[in-house]
Design a protein around this ligand. Structure first.
Ligand SMILES: *Cc1c(COP(=O)(O)O)cnc(C)c1O
Length: 354
């Protein structure tokens, strides 16, 4: 259990809850009533506080704006059938945020602020956790540099915040992805394994070019040869070839997804073979042509299990097996969702109950 943290709480005088249409939630546009703030100054963290959600005031010289010391996390809280609120594996997000912080030369966030603060925030806004099937309260912790200084150097002051948003599914339909072979998301030794804000800004232009051709997202390939699959937008990629689940191994170019990790564990437990190894684009294309490729999908907190039904590579578009025919991703994806919602027993101790 996480210790209860001494947090200064200022409650909103006017909840916005009654204005929300929980059956039509756009992703990340509606925010719950409160937010958490903790400041890092002179080498120490201040006491965290919870305030009504609202604008913040910053110097225009804030170094985060100019030099990009900005990292974030994403996780979800679900409402169980007996009205408990369950947060899925938040300690993993805490560890990953601190790994991102180290890479971006930022201070690590103490566990009591990250996890204890999150618990209190979610408890306060617990009525914002949706209870319809695939909806959840998306939790966005983030950390950014606040020194008002135009010199290129690590900031000495930072702000850690958590905001939350009730959300429905990120992708409603099966996806059409393109294997990207010109632009690069991350190179070995770069910041691809960090959830650093700049990674996402840098990916927008190539994704926009593809979207003009009716493609939903890109699958990135390795920066050196553009021959091996890496990952997509905000999800890790998985394929099933000959009844084996295969996913690229973690390295400095791939974000270590918590959904990926959980999915691999559940797949092994269900008795399927799992391989973490490099997958070449040509292996995928050949497996599509021979009919050996049974499933191709992405996994991530926001996207959950996102089925890919069309794949474009070098101007050719391939139709993949239908969503309904996919044994592993459907069964494991459902299993994972049932654990998150407290329907199936949480034998791994993944959920934290608030
Ligand atoms: C967040 C993210 C993922 C998925 O990570 P989860 O912990 O499963 O949500 C995968 N790839 C990228 C690039 C991401 O930013």
């Amino acid at each position: 259990m996480i210790d209860t943290l001494d947090i200064e709480i200022t409650k909103t005088s006017e909840s916005k809850l009654s204005q929300v249409d929980f059956d039509n939630l756009p992703f990340g546009k509606v925010f719950a009533d409160h937010m958490l703030i903790a400041k890092y100054e002179n080498g120490a963290w201040s006491r965290a506080c919870i305030e009504p959600y609202g604008n913040i005031s910053l110097s225009p010289a804030s170094s985060m704006i100019h030099y990009g010391q900005s990292i974030f996390e994403g996780l979800k809280a679900f409402k169980s059938e007996n009205n408990e609120v369950l947060i899925f594996r938040p300690e993993e997000n805490w560890k990953r945020m601190n790994a991102s912080a180290v890479r971006m030369c930022m201070p690590e966030v103490p566990k009591d602020i990250f996890l204890g603060g999150m618990r209190q925030l979610i408890d306060l806004d617990r009525n914002w956790v949706p209870n319809n099937s695939e909806s959840a309260l998306y939790i966005r912790p983030f950390l950014f540099a606040t020194d008002a200084l135009l010199g290129v150097k690590p900031s000495e002051s930072y702000m850690f915040m958590i905001i939350t948003a009730p959300v429905g599914p990120y992708y409603v339909k099966p996806l059409h992805l393109k294997i990207e072979t010109e632009f690069t998301r991350a190179a070995i030794g770069g910041v691809g394994a960090a959830k650093a804000a700049g990674n996402y800004g840098a990916a927008m232009y190539p994704a926009m070019l593809a979207q003009k051709e009716g493609i939903d997202q890109l699958i990135w390939t390795d920066a050196k040869e553009h021959k091996y699959l890496e990952e997509a937008g905000t999800m890790n990629m998985m394929v099933v070839i000959d009844d084996k689940l295969i996913t690229p191994p973690l390295k400095s170019t791939i974000l270590p997804g918590i959904t990926r990790k959980s999915f691999l564990e559940l797949t092994k437990e269900a008795g399927y073979e799992v391989e973490e190894r490099s997958i070449s684009v040509s292996e995928v294309i050949e497996a599509i042509k021979s009919g050996d490729l049974k499933e191709l999908f992405g996994v991530g907190t926001a996207a959950t299990t996102a089925q890919v039904e069309k794949l474009t590579f070098e101007g050719n578009t391939y139709d993949l097996p239908s969503k309904e025919s996919r044994v592993i991703s459907n069964s494991i994806g459902q299993k994972l969702l049932r654990i998150k919602k407290g329907i199936d027993p949480d034998t791994h101790g993944w959920n934290i109950s608030v």
